[in-house]
Ligand binder design. Structure first.
Ligand SMILES: *[C@@H]1O[C@H](CO)[C@@H](O)[C@H](O)[C@H]1NC(C)=O
Length: 336
């Protein structure tokens, strides 16, 4: 063989190897692989992507109706159901996916994704192949918000693209006696937007999951250890970036069917119900708050500062916000 041929073969093999390595990297599905991220220019501003958490099989009927409503909205580019319960049979999820694809005929596409790990951090993974919008709506499978309020919230996001926008908030505070950070509800201010319903820019998914070096690695580990608080950590990430608190939007009708996993339901900020609820603080809810306070302490320790900022007041389109309360075994509007 001539030298030229040897060289050509060598180059060819080298090229094949190069392709193979790249293909493997893509196939391995590293969600933080910078080469698979979308360029900002290719993302749309006029619609949002809905990432809805699903967990409980008993709530599938409610999930289906929520997802169908989101998909039918002209604001929505696509809906991803992020299924976090690893014990759900494959069969159930494929029937759900089939049901949803039938329901989504003529609307935004819907897909069901089984989370590859049980980590709560997975809900914030950047999903460049599925997220084609700047705005992402993170929500739970037990919260129903009327279409006009969603539209309004999205409009508010449009003029506050670096902030967290949503309908359900909580607060951090410093307990002066114990000198510890606590998780609480203030009547007049808030610093934590809950993921019951949260609009944020998709860049923050990358920031949460892929940036921040060893500090963020440790903070994400705290989420895994506590099996809680991924929403609080997102608030830390965003507040640290913007030096500003979240923006609370008033919903015309926000029904919270309650989250059995963390018993953090029914508390609508600023509602009359709040006082009653706090007096009758159940021990389970007290325990939940304590754990969330521990998360705040841990995040503060690792970050070495407290980035959370308060927001005041609420942006309203029109009045009225409804919570569902249980009275005598029935779900009724709290103000009834
Ligand atoms: C799928 O749809 C059928 C018919 O409406 C319903 O009976 C079933 O419960 C649904 N199953 C799932 C898993 O969504």
């Amino acid at each position: 063989m001539e030298m030229n041929q040897v060289l050509t073969i060598f180059l060819f093999l080298f090229f094949v190897l190069f392709l193979a390595v790249n293909a493997l990297r893509t196939l391995s599905g590293d969600p933080c692989d910078p080469t698979t991220q979308r360029h900002s220019r290719t993302l749309r501003y006029d619609q949002l992507t809905v990432l809805i958490n699903g967990y409980s099989e008993s709530r599938i009927p409610l999930l289906q109706s929520l997802v169908a409503a989101y998909a039918a909205s002209p604001l929505v580019s696509s809906v991803l159901v992020l299924w976090g319960n690893p014990t759900t049979p494959v069969q159930t999820l494929s029937v759900l996916a089939q049901n949803l694809s039938v329901a989504s005929f003529g609307t935004a596409p819907i897909s069901v994704v089984r989370q590859s790990s049980s980590s709560l951090n997975a809900r914030f993974l950047p999903r460049p192949s599925s997220v084609g919008t700047h705005a992402v709506l993170i929500c739970d499978d037990d919260v129903e918000v009327d279409h006009r309020s969603i539209e309004f919230a999205f409009r508010i996001w449009g003029s506050n693209r670096d902030r967290l926008i949503g309908f359900f908030v909580r607060s951090h505070d410093l307990d002066l006696k114990s000198k510890e950070w606590i998780y609480t509800v203030h009547p007049d201010k808030y610093s934590i937007m809950l993921t019951k319903f949260m609009i944020l820019k998709s860049d923050y998914l990358f920031k949460y999951s892929c940036e921040g070096g060893s500090t963020m690695v440790e903070m994400r580990r705290i989420v895994d250890r506590m099996r809680n608080c991924e929403d609080i950590l997102m608030n830390f990430v965003v507040a640290d970036e913007t030096n500003a608190g979240p923006i609370l939007v008033g919903a015309q009708r926000a029904r919270d069917y309650g989250d059995a996993r963390n018993d953090d339901s029914g508390e609508l900020w600023g509602s009359e119900e709040e006082g009653v609820k706090k007096v009758g603080l159940s021990s389970r809810r007290g325990e939940h708050r304590k754990r969330r306070g521990e998360c705040i302490m841990e995040f503060h320790r690792v970050m070495g500062k407290m980035p959370l900022r308060y927001g005041y007041g609420k942006v309203v389109n029109s009045v009225g916000e409804q919570g569902l309360c249980e009275r005598g075994g029935h779900l009724v509007f709290c103000d009834q």
